[in-house]
Every structure is written in C-alpha cells, then in structure tokens.
Design a protein around this ligand. Structure first.
Ligand code: SAM
Ligand code: SF4
Length: 336
C-alpha cells in the first residue's frame, strides 16, 4: 500500500463520508427468497469474472486506507465462498483493523461460526423472515429452517454477538406472523430488525401498494407487545428505528428504507464480487476496479477511482419519485 494514500477521502458532495464497506464475496445463493430472486436462480458470475482473494483483500485494504472502519461481508450467500475464513483472517490483519461483520442466511454457519470467529469475524446478521417451517419453505422456496436455526445457535455459541436477525415481511406469506418471530427472537436473545421490502428483486416484481410498511409492522407487533420508541438521539447513521419491547430491556428495530429513507445519514459504500464499486444500492452506475487492477493500476490510481465514484453519490435513492428506475443489478449481485 502506498504511503501517500490520504485518509478519510470517501466523501460525497452532500457532506457524507463513507466508513462502512459492504463486500459481496459471491453472487450465488442456496435459497431463493421471493423478494430477492426467481425460483430458477440467476446467471451466476463465472469464476474469471470474480475477484480472487488477493484482489479482494487488496481492494479492501485500499478502502481501509481511505477511512473505512467496518467491513461487512455479504452476497449472494457469503458462506458459499470456500475461502471465506481465509479472507476474514486477511482482512482482520489489516492496519488499522476494521470491524468485520457478515450478513448471511445462516445455512452452514453451524459448521463455520467457530472458525470464522477465530479468524476475526466480530458479528453476524442472520436473515430469517419466519419461524413457521411451511412459511419459510414458501418464502425461500427451500426447506432449510432447521439449518438456519442451528447456524444462529452456533453463532451465539462462538461469541458472534449480539446475533442480529434481519426480517422482511411479505403480504400474504409471513406478514401475520411477525409477532411470533419477535417472541422467538426474544426467547433466545437475538436482536430482531424488520426491513421494508425494496425494489431490488431480480424479477422486478416489487410493488409499493403491496409492500408491508414500517407502520404496519409496528401495528402488528403492538397487537401482542407494548412497543415504545427509543429516543432517536444516538441513532447516528444506524438506519433502524428502535423500540422497547414490553418496557425493555429487549428492543426491536424497524427500518423504513422506503417510507422514511435514511439516505441523509448514509455512511455506506459497496464492492461487488466482480470488482465494481457502487456508492448506493440504487445507483444507476458503478466504477470498475477489476479491469484497471488487472491492467496494473497502482493503489493510488485505484483509490482515485473509488473516491471519484463516492463523490458522485446521489442525495437520495428516489424510490417513490416519478423518475425512479430500479437498478439493473439485483440485491443479490450488489451485496445487501
Ligand atoms: N444471503 C444473505 C442473506 O440473506 O442474509 C446475504 C445477502 S442478502 C441480499 C442481504 C439482505 O438483504 C438480507 O437480509 C435480505 O433479507 C435482504 N434483502 C434481499 N432482497 C431484499 C429486498 N428486495 N428488500 C429488502 N431487503 C432485501
Ligand atoms: Fe439468497 Fe439472501 Fe437473496 Fe435470500 S435474500 S435469495 S438468502 S441472497
């Protein structure tokens, strides 16, 4: 890494600075969640298109030199990358060491939680939308609820805590069971956050009128629990509005990514499995790092490409505005 790289350069023209890098380590997945991808899957990236471990770690090291403090590994399903433990270990040895988190569907985590924690992984978010086996199979099109539950227990056992749970509610599938999911998480000490469904599915089937809003989730939880908002004072760039459950100390988060966007406080940037930097999930453009890197670009040249892309970050995602266009890349190929 060049000693001349400046720090904290991931600023945009709207006054935000990115500190949180989301890295998609693969676009493949072993589930087929309805809000994410079609039943038949997607045309996955071919191996030569994907960043090698050396390329991926080199790019992460440049982001860290530019001020990134947290690296979140995601996908696709990150546990499907065979070298994941190794990649985590190499990121953990960067100076300054970033915090390392992962978003996963949990399948395989029963086996991998302990080695990942030993390699330097700090925390996990496990995506789980329902604890009803039939609903799970309907929503993900796979009968794997037991694997996810085992993975979450192993994560807690391995100290990857707090284990956070990400849930998306879909009308007519799991919307009536959101309180059951909360009760299940409370019993096990998992921190649940609901996220509004966003127009990022590969099949472009998202529809504002059928989306379960943050308000609706709150109403449904309130039918069983006393849900009281925590002061927003220390929310910072965290997108979830948090609520005390039955007076606390347990909490539940609700992320109104569509109905009350948090773009003004966004501190994220993204690197895809094929080496494109994206300044926003909803960006219509991205900057290629893989090509220049394979053509011999220096760290300083790659850093310039990254900072240039960040500077162009739009003020907001614009969902709901008349000229909103869904990005070509689906969530699973960007890294959620
Ligand atoms: N496969 C891993 C998983 O499911 O956690 C990581 C990748 S997944 C794309 C990351 C997160 O994005 C998951 O929590 C998933 O629920 C969420 N997600 C996927 N599609 C979404 C959509 N259309 N709207 C909101 N969240 C979505
Ligand atoms: Fe796979 Fe995650 Fe998309 Fe579900 S949300 S299909 S687990 S990438």
């Amino acid at each position: 890494m060049s000693a001349t790289l400046p720090t904290a350069q991931l600023a945009d023209r709207h006054g935000r600075v990115a500190r949180d890098l989301r890295v998609s380590v693969t676009d493949r997945c072993n589930l087929r969640c309805r809000y994410c991808m079609p039943a038949e899957g997607l045309p996955w990236l071919a191996k030569p298109e994907m960043l090698t471990d050396d390329e991926l770690v080199r790019l992460v090291s440049i982001f860290v030199a530019l001020g990134v403090q947290q690296v979140r590994l995601t996908g696709g399903e990150p546990l499907l990358r065979r070298s994941l433990t190794d990649v985590v270990g190499r990121i953990a040895s960067l100076e300054p060491r970033p915090r390392i988190a992962m978003t996963t569907n949990g399948i395989g985590l029963d086996r991998l939680a302990a080695p990942l924690a030993a390699a330097g992984l700090d925390r996990v978010n496990v995506s789980l939308d329902t604890v009803d086996p039939a609903e799970f199979a309907d929503l993900t099109r796979r009968d794997r609820l037991h694997d996810v539950e085992a993975g979450m227990a192993a994560a807690r056992e391995a100290g990857l805590t707090p284990v956070k749970v990400n849930a998306v509610a879909m009308r007519g599938i799991n919307d009536h069971s959101v309180a059951d999911l909360l009760a299940w998480c409370l019993e096990r000490g998992y921190e649940l956050r609901f996220i509004e469904q966003m127009p990022l599915d590969a099949q472009h089937g998202w529809d504002a009128s059928s989306m379960i809003s943050a308000d609706e989730i709150r109403e449904r939880l309130s039918e069983r629990f006393a849900i009281t908002p925590l002061p927003a004072a220390d929310r910072g760039s965290a997108p979830a509005e948090r609520f005390l459950v039955d007076g606390g100390p347990a909490t539940v988060g609700i992320i109104a990514s569509v109905t009350a966007p948090f773009c003004g406080a966004c501190d994220r940037t993204r690197l895809t499995a094929d080496g494109q930097v994206r300044n926003c999930l909803f960006s219509q453009r991205e900057t290629d790092l893989r090509g220049p890197m394979r053509d011999g670009a220096s760290d300083d040249e790659l850093a310039d490409l990254i900072t240039g892309e960040m500077w162009r970050k739009a003020k907001g995602h614009g969902i709901g505005s008349a000229d909103f266009v869904q990005p070509l890349r689906p969530m699973s190929a960007i890294g959620g």
